[in-house]
Design a protein around this ligand. Structure first.
Ligand code: TRP
Length: 334
């Protein structure tokens, strides 16, 4: 077994990535690429587990790629590609469908949430989504997977599948058991309208989130309107326990100003939220707006984005083909 560290992560191609995606995922992806071999994938096959308008989907695949690049992912350092362009993902997913157990999938809480009350009407793809995620990871024998806390259960399933494969085909250590790199921040960026909900592109009000493509004016308006608290900023964290919106503002400020929450409270105690909001808007405009501008610029050069994906696809394919050849051999496929 080699002890090489390989990072793999996937982001679904939804257009309009927001501050939660940036602070929770993209920013961490960028720092990981300095230390390890990283593979970052736009997971379009996962997206179609619920119906996607074809035109929008193509556009969103490119926009997510543009957001990767604009946030600082470097295609000469990391492999950047879209999942459906490397057929090994679907092929390994099938093999793993035969390793994974119905009982295991029945425990997945995300399926229960996404399928809602009428499970009979959910796509089969949505049900076996976690097996495809395991295939993404194991296809490259990834050892480290940066994900938000909401994906932890899926990652544990990937470990179970890897373990069962290694046992069933008597090849201990063949698949490394992937370790989660749980990104603590991802669950911390909450809706600006409801501090108990994650910032999300599906929340109806655009005032609930800061989009990477927002203008400085949008950011100022949204932060001004964001829910906080009528009392001044307290000295200690404990007093924020029952005030999720106030905590969210301070958390985002702490993250973007690179100061921990304790020192933010020390600095801000006794001040009104309008004070921290003003500072927060300035910092967000500085950090987010240049990224948004870059995304817009990249989206005007689709040929360039297609070329990035093509090059990434070629690199991913070499690794995928090599691993898949060994996997097929273990299973006895000729
Ligand atoms: N399911 C993940 C999400 O929605 C995306 C994903 C797909 C992924 N394949 C992956 C994440 C492999 C990490 C590794 O966030």
């Amino acid at each position: 077994m080699s002890n090489k560290k390989i990072v793999f992560s996937g982001v679904q191609p939804s257009g309009n990535l927001h501050l939660g995606n940036y602070l929770g995922a993209l920013k961490n992806f960028v720092s990981l690429q300095k230390e390890m071999e990283c593979i970052y994938c736009v997971v379009d096959l996962h997206a179609i587990t619920v119906f996607q308008d074809p035109k929008l989907l193509s556009n969103n695949i490119l926009e997510t790629t543009a957001s990767f690049l604009a946030s600082g992912l470097d295609p000469t350092k990391s492999i950047i590609f879209n999942q459906s362009s490397v057929s090994g993902h679907a092929e390994l997913a099938w093999i793993l469908n035969c390793v994974s157990r119905v009982g295991w999938l029945n425990r997945m809480t995300q399926f229960k949430d996404k399928a809602g009350s009428d499970k009979e009407k959910a796509s089969v793809g949505l049900y076996i989504y976690p097996n495809l995620m395991a295939a993404d990871i194991l296809l490259y024998k990834a050892t480290h997977v940066p994900v938000g806390a909401d994906q932890k259960q899926h990652l544990e399933l990937s470990r179970d599948i890897a373990q069962k494969f290694n046992n069933d085909f008597k090849c201990p250590g063949f698949f490394p058991l992937p370790d989660p790199l749980i990104l603590k921040n991802i669950s911390r960026v909450m809706s600006l309208r409801d501090g108990t909900k994650k910032m999300s592109k599906s929340e109806e009000s655009d005032y609930s989130r800061i989009n990477l493509k927002d203008s400085p004016d949008d950011i100022i308006k949204k932060i001004k309107k964001a829910k906080s608290d009528s009392e001044p900023i307290p000295e200690n964290l404990k007093s924020l326990e029952k005030k999720p919106e106030a905590l969210n503002i301070l958390n985002i400020y702490s993250e973007i100003s690179k100061n921990n929450l304790e020192s933010v409270l020390k600095e801000m105690a006794g001040k009104e939220y309008s004070y921290v909001k003003k500072k927060l808007s300035d910092l967000l405009i500085n950090e987010i707006c240049p990224i948004g501008e870059k995304i817009k610029k990249l989206m005007n050069d689709r040929a360039y984005l297609m070329e990035i994906l093509k090059k990434g696809n070629e690199k991913a394919k070499i690794k995928s083909d090599e691993n898949l050849k060994n996997i097929r051999e273990k299973v006895g496929l000729i």
